[in-house]
Design a protein around this ligand. Sequence first.
Ligand SMILES: [Zn+2]
Length: 449
Amino acid sequence: MDSMTDSYDLVIRGTVLLEGAFRPAQVAIVGDSVVRISDAADEDLEGAEVRVLADDELLLPGIVDTHVHINEPGRTEWEGFATATRAAAAGGVTTLIDMPLNSIPPTISVAALEVKRAAAAEGSAVDVGFWGGAVPDSLGTLEQLWDAGVFGFKAFLSPSGVDEFPHLSREQLFQALEEIAGFGGLLIVHAEDPAVLDRSANDGGVNYPHFVESRPPEAELDAIRSVIDGVRATGARAHILHLSSAAALPMLAAARAEGLPITVETCPHYLSLDEEHIPDGATQYKCCPPIRDAANQDALWQGLLDGTIDFIVTDHSPSTAERKFAGDGDFQVAWGGIAGLQLGLPAVWTAARSRGIPLERVVGWMSTATAAFAGLDGKGAIVEGGRADVVVFAPEAPLHVDAAKLLHRNPVSAYDGKDLRGVVRSTYLAGRIVDPTSDAHPGRLLSRS
Ligand SMILES: [Zn+2]
C-alpha cells in the first residue's frame, strides 16, 4: 500500500488491456512511465490527475505503426512530419517508423538520416524512428547507417515509383542480405517481381480488376521466393512488407517451419476493402501490390489467425490529391499509395468485429507484435515499468469517415464516406495527453537500441 497520497502524476481507472485480456484496473503513471497497475477492487490509487473511463471506453497500449511514408523534406506537399504525426495521434498511433522513400533525400546514407531527423525534430506529435534504404549505390555502406540507429533496411525488387530509390536485382538482393547478415541487421522487402510485372503490363484504364491483372499474385510469389532463397543462403533476417496475395502464405509458412528468420505484415486496406467493391476510376484505392478479391481477404485473415502473418501496419503513403487523381481515373497513371494512418485501428477493428475476432487480437497485431518486431522495449503493452503510451478507445462508437476532416496533409482517403466502428477518444504519449490539433510536438526521435 502506498504511504503517500498524490504520489502519482496520473491515474487512469477503467477497463484496461493487460497481458492480452481486458479487465477492470487502475493504471498509475509517473513522468513518462507506468509505475503501478492495480485491481479496480483495490483501494483507489490517488493521482494529481485522475481519469475515470466512461463505460463504453477501454484503455489500450498505443498503436505502433512500423510502416509509414513521411515525405519530408523534398515532397513535403505530399506529407510532412507535423501533419502525419498529428493524424497518427488522432488515430491512436503513438509510435511510427518512417520509410526511407519518398522524401528527398531518401534515407540511404548517414547524412540523409540526419536530414530526416532534423525535419522530424521540428514538430512530431508522436515518437518517430527511421528505416534506412538498400539501393544499388548504398550496398557496401549499410553498416554505417545501421550504427547510426536505423531499424533496418528497405529494398524494392521492382521499380519503387520514384527515380531516386532504384530497386535491387536478384543478385543485389543476395548481396544486401549477405552484407546485412554480417552485422545482424534486418532487410524489409517490397516483394513484387519485375519480370512478372513486365509480362503482365496492360493498357490501364478506369477498370479496377484490369489494374489488378497487371500486378498478379505471381509477382508477389516469385519475389517472396527470391527473398526466401536469399535468407536460406545467407542467414540474414528478412521481412515481407505489405503482403497482399494470400497465395504466398503456404510458402511463407514452409519457410518458417524450416526455421528461416522471415516475418510478414499485411495492411488495413487488404483486410477491410476488396476488389469487388472498388468502383471504376476510384484511384484513391490504388496501391501496390493491389487490393485483391474477397476470397483473398478471407485467407489473409486466416493467415493472421494462424500466425503466418505477424502483424498489421498501415503503409500510409499519401501524395497530393492532384497526383492521386492524375489520369482522370486511369489506374496506371494515378499515384499508388493509401493514406491510412489515422484510420488503421478503426478500419481493422471494424473488419475484425464483423468476423467475430476480438479487439485483443487486433491490438496484439497492431501494437504488441509491431513493437516487438522493432525492438521497442517498454512499448506495445501496458505493463509496470513500461512507457505510458496509452489510448482511450470506444470500440462500439460509430465513426463516419469524412476525408476532409482527417489530419494528414491531403484530404484523400480510401475510407471516405465509410461507416466504421471505434473512436479514439484520447491518446497519451509518455504520460501526457496529445492534442492532435495543437502545435505542440511531444514526440521523441527513436533509434534502434
Ligand atoms: Zn510502403
